[in-house]
Design a protein. Structure first.
Length: 117
């Protein structure tokens, strides 16, 4: 399984941006997905989670009510809708898959998101 993020870029604070993460293979619907981020000089941190059936989601407090995670199992893709981003949301965003048929977590290569004030 390989994961590839897209949709990053420069966005103004208060705007919106949608990240996508496309998975290879036919087993996407079997595992949970998450978004993480890493800002310069900081550790990678959890952003959002969605289970394999898209029934359960979870968010970091810092993004709750602003970001929304979703998935389309027919398209092998998970999304992160970022509304009202803030400059402190600037980071490299990574998607990750875990559980199901995956013997270990799988990470994408990351996509840069820069929020200007």
């Amino acid at each position: 399984v390989q994961l590839e993020e897209s949709g990053g870029g420069l966005v103004q604070a208060g705007g919106s941006l949608r990240l996508s993460c496309a998975a290879s293979g036919r087993t996407f619907s079997s595992y949970s997905m998450g978004w993480f981020r890493q800002a310069p000089g900081k550790e990678r941190e959890f952003v959002a989670f969605i289970d394999w059936r898209a029934i359960n989601t979870d968010y970091a407090d810092s993004v709750k009510d602003r970001f929304t995670i979703s998935r389309d199992n027919a398209k092998n893709t998970v999304y992160l809708q970022m509304n009202s981003p803030k400059p402190e949301d600037t980071a490299v965003y990574y998607c990750a898959g875990n559980g199901g048929v995956l013997p270990r977590p799988v990470w994408g290569q990351g996509t840069q998101v820069t929020v200007s004030s």
